[in-house]
Design a protein around this ligand. Structure first.
Ligand code: DC
Length: 231
């Protein structure tokens, strides 16, 4: 049997990490873990349970108290062929992509207790190998011993336009300006937060996909993966 490896894909907001991670996981018959979806699910929970105050700051003591009651899990959808995220047993795959969740997720994911809870779960998911996981701290914190680490980046204007097209196609009412402001704001919070900020792992392979097609990125990452599997 072929050796199974773990693949970490980190990078800035909306640079196409999940598209490539999903495609690579499918091609290798690996388990795909979207860690951003996990932070988004806890953000949705925070919004639903009044943990975000009127001035848009977080009621941290309340959120921390309620965290023990939050169960985040993935279930495979046989129709779409994809993992979908559940919050306390309810499928929230669509709700977590709303702009309201996007606007609060970086602040929620900077809360230490939230990170401790989710990183523990992510490490457990990676134990069995054969995992493709994307996020911000996968190669540095969650899977520091991953066999392949990819650090993805793309120009902020390119990322905003791609995200905008995606959300419009999904029927959401958004403007390009609000998308760009959300993306640059999240980049800033994600790279400057105290705990586990987004940074490139020393042994990561950098992919700047500003001028690459999805196929080109997929081929590149697959070639890197196959090289490690055959090593
Ligand atoms: O990948 P995404 O855009 O869905 O992630 C949403 C937010 O979650 C992102 O702005 C920062 C946070 N996040 C994180 O802090 N650590 C991760 N491993 C993944 C996401």
């Amino acid at each position: 049997m072929r050796k199974k490896i773990n693949i970490a894909i980190d990078g800035y907001s909306s640079c196409g990490k999940s598209t490539i991670a999903k495609a690579v996981a499918k091609a290798l018959y690996y388990f795909y873990v979207d860690t951003g979806a996990m932070y988004r699910a806890i953000t949705l929970f925070a919004l639903q349970n009044n943990c975000i105050k009127k001035d848009q700051t977080i009621d941290e003591p309340l959120l921390i108290r309620l965290l023990d009651h939050v169960v985040v899990s993935f279930k495979y959808n046989t129709d779409s062929g994809e993992q979908e995220i559940y919050l306390n047993g309810v499928n929230v795959e669509r709700e977590i992509r709303s702009i309201q969740v996007s606007n609060h997720v970086s602040l929620i994911s900077a809360v230490r207790e939230v990170r401790v809870k989710l990183v523990r779960l992510q490490k457990r998911l990676a134990e069995s190998k054969g995992v493709v996981m994307d996020g911000r701290d996968i190669g540095t914190v969650v899977m520091p011993d991953a066999d392949l680490k990819i650090f993805m980046m793309a120009d902020a204007d390119v990322r905003s336009k791609r995200r905008y097209d995606e959300l419009i196609a999904a029927g959401l009412d958004v403007s390009l300006e609000e998308i760009k402001s959300n993306i640059t704001n999240r980049d800033l919070i994600d790279t400057t937060r105290e705990m586990d900020p987004l940074r490139q792992a020393e042994d990561a392979v950098v992919v700047d996909n500003s001028n690459l097609t999805i196929d080109e990125q997929f081929e590149f990452v697959m070639a890197q993966a196959v090289k490690r599997i055959e090593q």
